[in-house]
Write a protein that binds this ligand. Structure first.
Ligand code: FES
Length: 121
């Protein structure tokens, strides 16, 4: 069975292959949402962006990003600096071991944000 680890919370648990990451986190008692978004969110439809996670290891073990997830991540400021590692937990099926961070901070000094389009152009 795939393993989900959250080093910041010293937590590690196994989940059934193909299970929904947001559901797994909630079942394990991990607080996926912050503040009022615990009550006001899209309930796993991939449109609010409040269930975001940072994938530290094992991105290849999560299901690929779908259209809703790409659109939601595109309009979220907190994705800045984490373009390649931010996911919405409600849109992820876990197929292998992953290491994640829940409710990551915004990273305005991220490498990819300030580097675009100059000098990479
Ligand atoms: S719960 Fe709203 S995007 Fe995941």
């Amino acid at each position: 069975m795939p393993k989900v680890s959250i080093p910041a919370q010293k937590l590690e648990f196994e989940v059934p292959a193909g299970s929904n990451l947001r559901d797994d986190l909630r079942r394990e008692g991990v607080e996926v949402y912050q503040g009022l978004t615990r009550y006001v969110n899209c309930f796993g439809h991939g449109t609010c962006g409040e269930c975001r996670i940072l994938v530290k290891k094992g991105m290849e073990n999560l299901s690929p990003k779908g259209l809703f997830e790409k659109a939601t991540l595109f309009r979220m400021l907190s994705t800045i600096g984490h373009e390649n590692e931010m996911r919405l937990s409600c849109q992820c099926a876990v197929n292998g071991d992953v290491e994640i961070e829940v409710q990551p901070e915004m990273n305005l000094s991220g490498e990819t944000f300030w580097a675009k389009p100059w000098p990479n152009k």
